[in-house]
Ligand binder design. Sequence first.
Ligand code: NAD
Length: 259
Amino acid sequence: MDNNRLDFSGRKVLVTAGAAGIGLAIASAFKDLGASVFVTDINPDAVQAARDAGFAAAVSDVSNEAQVVELAATVRSELGGLDVLINNAGIAGPTGPIETLDSEAWKSTFDVNVHGQFYCIKHLLPLLREGSDPSIINLSSAAGRLGMAGRSAYSASKWAVIGLTKTLAIELGDERIRVNAICPGAVNGPRIEAVIEAKAEMLGRPLTEVSDLYHRQSSLNRLVEAGDIADMAIFLASSMARSINGQAMAVDGNTEKLY
Ligand code: NAD
C-alpha cells in the first residue's frame, strides 16, 4: 500500500461549521495531514478561536446565499483554490410531535441543512472544477436513513442530503468530481446532550433513562467520537476512495433504530 495516499500536502479543504464539534475534528485531521484548511462558522467567537489555532477562517452563515457567494470569493483569494468541500454545517431543528412543531423552526432546519449545502455546492463548484481530485462530502446522519420520532424536520432534511448527494454524484461523475455523504450515529459531545435533554422533556422520561437509550442504540453500545467521522472524511477525500461515489457511509457502530 502507498502510504502517501494519506498525505494531503498542497491540497485545499473547506469545512463549513468547522470551528467547533465534528467540523473542527474534521478540519484538524486534514490540517494534521498537511492540507491547507479554511473553516467557516456562523459564530464569530468560534471563528476567532479557529484563527488562533492556525486555521484560515471566516464568519459565514451557510443558509444565507449572499454570504456563501462572498465566501467563495474569499476562499478563491485566501486559499487559492479548492479540492475538497466538506458540507458539515447542520442544526438539530425542533423536537416534538409534528403538529406541535413551529413552522419557522421547521423551515430554518431546511435552510441550514439542505439549502446551505445547495448554496455551498453551487457557488464553490467553479473552484472545485479547477481543483485536483476534487470531491464533496455532505454530512447527513443515521436520521438520514432511519426515521426518528419527534425529529421529523431533522430526519427529513438529512434524507434530502442523501438525495442531493446521489443526484450530484451522477451529475458530476463525468467531471470526476466525487460526491459522498457521511451518516454519523449519536456523536459524543454537547450537541447530543442537548438533543437527549429535549427528547427526555418531550417523552416526560428521566434524563438518565433517555441518555442510556441513546448510548445503547448502537450495536457497539457506545457513542461515536467526532474523530471517527473525521477518519471517514479523510478516507473519502483520499485517493483510496477514488472509486467511491454517491455513497452514504454510516459511521454509527451499526445503529438500526433511533430513539
Ligand atoms: P454542532 O451543533 O456542534 O455545531 C457545530 C458548529 O456549527 C457550531 O460552531 C455552530 O456555530 C455552527 N453553525 C450552526 N449553524 C450554522 C450556519 N448556519 N452556518 C455556519 N455554521 C453554523 O454540530 P455537530 O454536532 O458538530 O454536527 C456537525 C454535522 O454533523 C451536522 O450536519 C449534524 O447534523 C451532523 N450530525 C451530528 C451528529 C451528532 O450527534 N452531533 C449526529 C449525526 C449527524
